[in-house]
Design a protein around this ligand. Sequence first.
Ligand SMILES: Cc1cc2nc3c(=O)[nH]c(=O)nc-3n(C[C@H](O)[C@H](O)[C@H](O)COP(=O)(O)OP(=O)(O)OC[C@H]3O[C@@H](n4cnc5c(N)ncnc54)[C@H](O)[C@@H]3O)c2cc1C
Ligand SMILES: NC(=O)c1ccc[n+]([C@@H]2O[C@H](COP(=O)([O-])OP(=O)(O)OC[C@H]3O[C@@H](n4cnc5c(N)ncnc54)[C@H](OP(=O)(O)O)[C@@H]3O)[C@@H](O)[C@H]2O)c1
Length: 382
Amino acid sequence: MYGYSGRMFVYEVVGLQDSGDSNSPIRQSGSQRITVPYNRMSAIARSIKQRGGTIVSITPLGEASPTVQSPTTTPSPDAKSMIVHPPSNFEKVPVNTYKPKSPFVGKCTENYPLVREGGSGIVQHVTFDLSGSDLQYLEGQSIGIIPPGEDEKGKPHKLRLYSIASTRHGDFEDNKTISLCVRQLEYDHPETGERVYGVCSTHLCQLPVGSDVTITGPVGKEMLLPDDEDATVIMLATGTGIAPFRAFLWRMFKEQHQDYKFKGRAWLIFGVPYDANILYKDDFEKMAQDYPDNFRLTYAISREQKTAEGGKVYVQSRVSEYADELFELIQKPNTHVYMCGLKGMQPPISETFTQEAEKRGMNWDEMRKAMKKAHRWHVEVY
Ligand SMILES: Cc1cc2nc3c(=O)[nH]c(=O)nc-3n(C[C@H](O)[C@H](O)[C@H](O)COP(=O)(O)OP(=O)(O)OC[C@H]3O[C@@H](n4cnc5c(N)ncnc54)[C@H](O)[C@@H]3O)c2cc1C
Ligand SMILES: NC(=O)c1ccc[n+]([C@@H]2O[C@H](COP(=O)([O-])OP(=O)(O)OC[C@H]3O[C@@H](n4cnc5c(N)ncnc54)[C@H](OP(=O)(O)O)[C@@H]3O)[C@@H](O)[C@H]2O)c1
C-alpha cells in the first residue's frame, strides 16, 4: 500500500536472551542483526521485546548497511533518501529577504473568521498582497509582523512570528500573496483580573482589507516539506499549529502544481477544543474525500470526544491509539513527522512515543535522534 510491502529491513538488536536463530550472528558490538520483511516489522519487534531485546537500529536491506557500532547508538539511516532538498526552483531556502530595519509594507486583501458558531476564541485567515516585493517563501516557513505603535517603554513594537498558511504560490496561485492563520491572544491578567488582548494578534485579526501591514522574513528551515513526492508525511497539530500543514496539504492535494505532484501518504492528526474550532474543516474533508488513498484525517476534539478511560482526547491520545500504524510508518526511511502548535503538546507527545516505543522493544530517544539527524523529525511549538 505504501510501496514498501515487498521490502526487507534489518533490525540491529541488543540484549536478546536466546535468539535461537542461527541467521542472526552476534556482532562485535554485542548486537545481532535480524532481517525482517516490511509486513512483519511490528510483530517481530514485539517478539524481540518479549525476549528481552532492544532494537537499536533499523536499516533498509541493501542500503547503508550499518558498520559495527555501540549498541546504544542508532546509525543515521539512509541519508540519501532523507535529506530535505531545497526545491528545484530555489537555489536555496529564502531567508530574511526583509529585515526588521527595512521591512516590506504589504496590503491586506482578505481577513475572514475560521472559528464557526459555538467554537472558542477568534482565529482569522489573513492574506497580504506582496506585489512589488521580492518576498518569496516556502511551505513551512514563517514571517514576522511588526504591529504599529509603541510598547510601554515608548519603543516601536518588536516583530512577532507567524507560520505561513499558504503555499509558495499563494492562495490564488499567482505567486503574489501570503496567508496566515492567527488566533487573537486574550487572557485575564493574573493580578488585576483585567481582560488583556495581544498586541500583534489583535492588530492582525482586526486588520481591515486594504490596510498596510509591515512584514519581515521569511524565516525558518525546520518545517520544510521534503521534495520527495512519494514521502509519507505525518502531521501533528493543535489549534493554529495547523498553518504550515494547510500549506503542505494545499500543495499536495489542491494545487497539483507542475513543480510537485504528490503521490505519497499524508496523515493529519489535528487537536482542537470543539468541532467548531476545526480550522479549514471543509477544505481538509474534501481533500480526504478526493484522495482517500493518500490523505488520512484524524481529529482529537478535546472537549467533545472522550477516551476509553473518560479523559479528554488530545493529539497524544490519537498517537497512542494508532501507535501500531504510526511506528510502522516511522520506520520507513522516507517518513517525516511534523509537530506544530501549543508548546504544551511537546512533552506529552514525546512521553506517549516513549511509552509506545518501549512496548514495541524500541528506544524512542534513539529513534527520534536518528530521525532528527536525517531531517525527518520536525518540531515548531510556541
Ligand atoms: C515560530 C512561531 C510561529 C508562530 N505561528 C503562529 C501562528 O501561525 N498563528 C498564531 O496565532 N500565532 C503564532 N505564533 C505566536 C505569535 O508569534 C505571537 O506570540 C502571538 O500572536 C501573541 O502575540 P501578541 O502580540 O498578540 O501578544 P503580546 O501582546 O505580545 O502578548 C504576549 C504576552 O502576554 C503574556 N501572556 C500571554 N498569555 C498569557 C496568559 N494566559 N496569562 C498571563 N500572561 C499571558 C505573556 O507575557 C506573553 O509574552 C507563532 C510563534 C512562533 C514563535
Ligand atoms: N480566550 C479565548 O477565548 C480562548 C479560546 C480558545 C483558546 N484560547 C487559548 O489559546 C491558546 C491556544 O489556542 P490555539 O488556537 O493554538 O489552540 P486551540 O484552538 O485552543 O486548540 C488547542 C487544542 O490543544 C489542546 N491542548 C491543550 N493543552 C494540550 C497539551 N498539553 N497537549 C496536547 N493538546 C493540548 C486543547 O485542549 P483543551 O483546551 O480542551 O485542554 C485544544 O484541544 C490556548 O492557550 C488556549 O487556552 C483562548
